[in-house]
Design a protein around this ligand. Structure first.
Ligand SMILES: O=P(O)(O)OC[C@H]1O[C@H](OP(=O)(O)OP(=O)(O)O)[C@H](O)[C@@H]1O
Ligand code: HPA
Length: 185
């Protein structure tokens, strides 16, 4: 067995809860209502942005009672660190996107380089109608692409490093039931 780094439990114990599980679940319900209103007749492909988008995607799709396809893409730039670097595409969307409606689902819109690259790729591939859903929009003035405004935002959070509901601290605590800010970050 590989030992859990002691820092990992300490970070969880010392974190500030920004949103409880009940608050996050309510936000996801609200997102699902808005998405259903807009996309019920659009035959969308729902793309989970791995890894962080996994939890929100899973929670959302069972609340969307209309025909849709589920897929994933993988773009990463934090790689278990708390500061972003160059974006690395690990998996591009595998299906033809020309003429399609897509819903991109991610955990957090932080500096925005990740979503920027995804939007650019989808446009290059001929997506007809693009929608973006994020659980958390972090509030600061460092957005790399201020032109990108997610269509569905669950919650707005302060400018701190957060984890839970898909968001990780050094690869851990994506499973935390709430949204928590790391002490001191
Ligand atoms: O708005 P940005 O500053 O670009 O950051 C947001 C992105 O960063 C995280 O992914 P990360 O690179 O940590 O990969 P992960 O999804 O595997 O955690 C998160 O899931 C978003 O995709
Ligand atoms: O605050 C964050 N937490 C987790 N992952 C992230 N990716 C970008 N910002 C964050």
């Amino acid at each position: 067995m590989t030992a859990i780094p002691s820092e990992i439990q300490q970070v969880r114990n010392e974190a500030d809860c920004l949103f409880t599980e009940a608050q996050v679940e309510q936000a996801i319900d609200n997102m699902a209502t808005d998405i259903s209103r807009d996309l019920a007749h659009r035959n969308p492909i729902v793309f989970s942005v791995m890894n962080g988008g996994l939890v929100l995607t899973g929670k959302l799709v069972t609340k969307l009672g209309f025909p849709l396809e589920i897929s994933y893409l993988h773009a990463t730039r934090y790689r278990d660190k708390t500061q972003g670097a160059d974006l690395e595409w690990r998996t591009y969307p595998q299906q033809p996107l020309k003429g399609r409606t897509v819903l991109i689902v991610d955990d957090i819109y932080d500096e925005g380089s990740t979503l920027g690259a995804i939007v650019d790729h989808c446009r290059e591939e001929g997506v007809e109608d693009m929608h973006i859903a994020v659980l958390v929009d972090k509030q600061h003035d460092r957005k790399a692409r201020p032109d990108i405004i997610p269509d569905y935002i669950g919650l707005q959070c302060e400018d701190r490093y957060v984890f839970g509901y898909g968001m990780d601290y050094k690869g851990y605590w994506r499973n935390a039931p709430g949204i928590f800010a790391v002490k001191g970050l």
